[in-house]
Write a protein that binds this ligand. Structure first.
Ligand SMILES: Nc1ncnc2c1ncn2[C@@H]1O[C@H](COP(=O)(O)OP(=O)(O)OP(=O)(O)O)[C@@H](O)[C@H]1O
Ligand SMILES: [Mg+2]
Length: 493
């Protein structure tokens, strides 16, 4: 079969880091080809080279056997390849219509006609069956809507090759199925796709072939039918990996985090929740269940219309993140790019942010202690970085997520609230993060784990299932996937 896209012997260095070390990929015409590997393996770096955003230090890229255009010729690149990036490229402060025609307005050389722009945007979205208001601010869209707008934008440039870099990391089950439906129909239309994900079951569901990168190198390319799951994991990690075993916990009587009578119009109603020291409580449900809104209220990112949040028995000022942190909460937010970290600050500064402030109050920030703590966290969570002084913005997606996690843990919180904690994190790193939550719980913290991934919820002593803004069931440990999913979908109560 003809190769639609090929990268050969690509080398890419960032200072002392070798992100790609003679790696390559060959993607056949019309196939959906997975690219997998551990955090920092070089996947997104290859994406940036295949989309012409960065030059390779060595090696070549071919489209349908022809050398890739020069980097400056953006239009030529846009006609060949499009990408839904790991980090959204949509600009939140602009409307959907403006986002769709960004980069294109200039070429017309005319004054912008807003009404015409909106109509054109509407037509474009209709062509690709994307049901989103073109006047909405992109920042108000859900992750799913944002991706659909990005895909429509990509296709509208005429590209027949689309790269999806971890599109499902922040989607719930139903949205993933809708995305897959869309990918299947694109494939029927002959579109070639490269698909990056840490959810290996998705690779088997939606892809025909798979390429594995490890430590900046190409390890193997196979048809998915010829590479069983355990061999795929072994190729990624270089060793056989066993599934994570949740540990038993012994909750104390003390309640460390609670919410009483919490209601936030349109999101959740009449919620009572309490978490004991030494206990892990899960929150599960679809995107519309209200689970994320509730967790965000517990940490002060949102303010409930009524009700109280208490940490260690004392009420916390509503809607005030610093107050929640001072009261003893640690949290991992849903969207690390907005609330998670400061990209320009270093790994060490981001990870130790809470202790810096705490020490700062007494005027004794000790750089040595801070550095020691940062080194310890980098080691414990296996963060792939040049060191504590590297800006977080330069880390791979999964490693940036680990920094956010480190920050949640750094100050020995009384309670942890983590939202989709392992999003974008590879199979082995996932185990390290779940282990870190269990370590904190063994030290006496209480934890709330909000997740779309059943594997994250397995460490919970009980899972509160939410449906349309209410807690419908309190499921103790020992559930099967099928049971929990049935409750989440409201099929069974
Ligand atoms: N702009 C940059 N400056 C410095 N280092 C970089 C930069 N971009 C990437 N790197 C480094 O290159 C390596 C590969 O990163 P890349 O983003 O390609 O990984 P990835 O396979 O996409 O991982 P993930 O699964 O976590 O998204 C990492 O060590 C990363 O820190
Ligand atoms: Mg990446």
């Amino acid at each position: 079969m003809k190769n639609h896209v090929e990268a050969r012997n690509v080398v890419k260095r960032f200072g002392p880091t070798v992100a790609l070390n003679g790696a390559g990929i060959a993607i056949a015409e019309g196939e959906t080809h997975a690219l997998v590997g551990r955090n920092g393996a070089g996947k997104s770096t290859l994406v940036s080279i295949l989309t012409g955003l960065q030059p390779a230090d060595e090696g070549e890229v071919l489209f349908s056997g022809e050398p890739a255009p020069v980097l400056a010729d953006r239009d030529a690149w846009r006609q060949r390849v499009a990408c839904v990036y790991q980090k959204s490229t949509i600009i939140p402060a602009l409307t959907v219509a403006e986002n769709l025609f960004l980069n294109r307005q200039a070429t017309k050389g005319l004054k912008i006609n807003w009404r015409g722009l909106r109509a054109e945007a509407r037509e474009l979205l209709d062509t690709y069956e994307v049901d989103v208001d073109v006047r909405a601010l992109a920042g108000d869209l859900t992750v799913e809507q944002r991706q659909l707008v990005e895909i429509a934008r990509a296709l509208s440039f005429g590209a027949r090759f689309i790269i999806l870099d971890e599109p499902t990391a922040r989607l719930d089950g139903a949205a993933i199925e809708r995305l897959f439906g869309r990918m299947r129909s694109l494939r029927e239309q002959g579109v070639t796709m490269m698909y990056i994900s840490h959810h290996l079951d998705e690779v088997y569901e939606i892809c025909q072939s798979v390429t594995v990168f490890r430590d900046a190198r190409h390890i193997v390319t196979r048809s998915v039918a010829d590479l069983p799951h355990d061999e795929l994991v072994a190729a990624m990690t270089g060793e056989a990996t066993v599934a994570y075993e949740a540990r038993p916990h012994t909750p104390a009587e003390t309640v460390v985090l609670s919410g009483q009578g919490l209601t936030l119009g349109g999101r959740y109603q009449d919620i009572d929740i309490s978490v004991k020291s030494g206990e892990v409580v899960g929150l599960a449900g679809s995107a519309s269940s209200g689970k994320v809104g509730l967790a965000e209220t517990l940490v002060g990112l949102r303010r409930a219309d009524s009700g109280t949040v208490m940490v260690k028995g004392a009420p916390v000022k509503p809607g005030d993140v610093p107050a929640a942190l001072r009261a003893g909460l640690g949290f991992v937010p849903e969207d690390r790019h907005h609330e998670g970290f400061v990209p320009l600050l270093s790994v060490g500064e981001n990870a130790t942010f809470p202790i810096a402030r705490k020490l700062g109050r007494y005027g004794i920030v000790s750089p040595a202690r801070r550095r020691a703590k940062a080194d310890e966290l980098i080691k414990n969570l296996d963060i792939k970085t040049e060191g504590p002084d590297q800006p977080v913005g330069d880390l791979s997606g999964g490693n940036a997520q680990k920094v956010v996690f480190a920050r949640a843990l750094v100050d020995d919180p009384a309670a942890l609230v983590v939202i989709n904690p392992t999003a974008g994190v590879d199979v082995k790193a996932k185990q390290a993060l779940l282990g870190a939550v269990e370590d904190a719980v063994e030290r006496g913290a209480g934890a709330v784990v909000v997740s779309d991934e059943l594997d994250d919820l397995r460490i919970c002593d009980r899972v509160l299932v939410m449906f349309h803004g209410r807690i419908v069931k309190d499921v103790p440990r020992g559930w099967t996937d099928h049971e929990l999913v049935a409750v989440m979908e409201g099929i069974e109560e």
